[in-house]
Design a protein around this ligand. Structure first.
Ligand code: ZN
Length: 489
């Protein structure tokens, strides 16, 4: 078994052995939400991916400082760099103060994350609280010759930067190709080149979120906050920067350019990106009308949902795909995840009923090693879960005394499941569907036991009556050698 942790680095485009800059400390930064609307499945996937990374690093005994920001200013509607500020737009539509919008959606985001059992980060900085740091970075970039001021706004000079460094190293895009793909500037623009992006924007008189600066009253460009806040809390060089694949370009590409231009060198050793969620094969988006918020998943109140889904079902569904693969939502897939999770938790409950014996007929060590290896292989959670399901068969066999286990192996097996399911995958038993259905489950199990007893007494009449009555009540029963599986239709 390898003790190394391998992670896929978007920058090198390959899996690398994880070697932190200052072990045992690890600096981890992940882009957080722009708080102007309710969180959806895409937010959940990004937060859960880096939550599992945070948990995995702690499991590997690193001391992690995890910084996840809140974007509360500067994220503009059009290409993130033009048009109205997303938060200001929402505030205008709802007749609220922009910071009321921010507070409202930030609270809701935190509630959603708590439901999903996403651990709070070590530091959660907000862009509006770091205006000075952002202004200092702009000044450095101007001083280095990679930005220019026009009429109270400051833009990053991509062409000038690309002469000395290489713009596009993360996304693999070439400046020449980008130029031919960008619409030409209209006469209104102050930018020298359409590829240039804003570092500081002059606030027009109606713009409420504004700060004074040496360039006049304005507000920072969106990409700047992550450069300024990550290095403030994690140092000029840090280990991991994460985010969704949709942030790779231009957001993260611009971040690299800003850091190299302002600080003289890149700051991030490993870049990690989680893939996107599709809905019935289509891209998800507010404008596409297939947008389901987390609260709608929890309540079932959306026309595309065939029921409500617990937060742990959502979490388990996300973890059943590798973070670098796309994940397609469908009701069938979510129901399958719910059943899978129930099966896993039921087996874990069985662990407490197993009586240890003199010898072990199964190898806990081998199961343990397989789980560890899957986790250390770029957080391969679907393979890890597959191994845990293999273990479910072993647990069932043990509970039916078809296999045997010693007391110390049983302790190892219990500890393996607790560590992997609760600590690493972050499944919270109290938020799981199993907990909600506990009474129903116990009652069904009790009735099925009565039916089993009736069969054993050759009272087939009673056994059949119980079966028919349960079926009428909407239960699906499946008899097999080891007992009876059931599910509610
Ligand atoms: Zn960011």
């Amino acid at each position: 078994m390898t003790s190394e942790f391998h992670i896929y680095n978007t920058l090198s485009r390959k899996k690398e052995i994880f070697e932190p800059l200052n072990p045992p400390f690890v600096g981890l930064y992940a882009c957080g939400p722009t708080v102007y609307g309710d969180a959806h499945l895409g937010h959940a996937r990004q937060a859960i991916t880096f939550d599992v990374l945070f948990r995995t690093l702690m499991h590997l005994e690193y001391k992690v400082r995890y910084v996840r920001n809140i974007t509360d200013v500067g994220h503009l509607v059009d290409d993130a760099d033009d048009g109205e500020d997303k938060i200001l737009k929402k505030a205008r539509l709802e007749s609220l103060e922009p910071m009321e919008v921010v507070q409202y959606y930030m609270n809701r985001y935190h509630e959603n994350m708590a439901s999903l059992n996403v651990l709070p980060p070590s530091i959660e900085p907000r862009a509006s609280g770091h205006i000075i740091e952002q202004q200092e970075l702009i000044a450095k970039i101007i001083e280095a010759g990679y930005a220019y001021e026009v009429n109270g706004s400051v833009y990053f000079d991509v062409a000038r930067y690309n002469k000395d460094h290489s713009y596009g190293i993360l996304s693999g895009r070439k400046v020449e190709d980008l130029i031919s793909n960008t619409r030409s500037l209209d006469g209104q623009s102050e930018k020298r080149d359409p590829l240039d992006f804003s570092l500081w924007k002059k606030a027009d008189p109606s713009h409420i979120m504004r700060w004074s600066s040496q360039w006049g009253e304005g507000y920072p460009g969106w990409h700047l906050e992550c450069s300024a806040m990550s290095t403030k809390y994690l140092g000029m060089q840090f280990d991991i920067h994460g985010g969704g694949l949709d942030l790779l370009f231009p957001h993260h590409e611009c971040e690299i350019a800003q850091n190299v231009a302002g600080y003289g060198k890149p700051s991030v050793k490993y870049w990690m990106h989680n893939n996107m969620i599709t809905i019935n094969g289509k891209k998800m988006g507010r404008s596409l009308g297939n947008f389901i918020t987390l609260d709608q998943f929890f309540s079932g109140e959306h026309e595309m949902l065939e029921g409500r889904y617990s937060a742990m079902t959502i979490r388990f569904f996300i973890l059943q795909a590798h973070y670098r693969s796309t994940l397609d939502f469908s009701n069938e897939a979510l129901r399958a995840s719910q059943k899978g999770l129930e099966k896993l938790l039921k087996a874990m409950a069985l662990l407490d009923t197993i009586k240890p014996l003199e010898n072990s007929s199964i190898s806990v060590k081998s199961l343990h090693n397989k789980c560890e290896e899957a986790l250390r292989d770029d957080m391969n959670t679907p393979i890890l879960i597959a191994h845990l399901f293999d273990g479910v068969k072993i647990i069932r066999a043990l509970s039916e005394a078809k296999e045997s286990i010693t007391a110390s192996d049983l302790d190892l097996l219990k500890s393996l499941y607790r560590t992997m399911v609760y600590d690493v995958l972050g499944i919270s038993p109290s938020n799981a569907p199993e907990a909600e259905n506990n009474l129903t489950g116990d009652l069904v199990e009790m009735i099925l036991q009565l039916r089993k007893d009736a069969k054993a007494n050759k009272d087939y009449n009673t056994a059949d009556q119980i079966r028919n009555r349960l079926t009428q009540l909407g239960l699906n029963l499946k008899d097999h050698k080891e007992g009876t599986d059931w599910e509610i239709n």
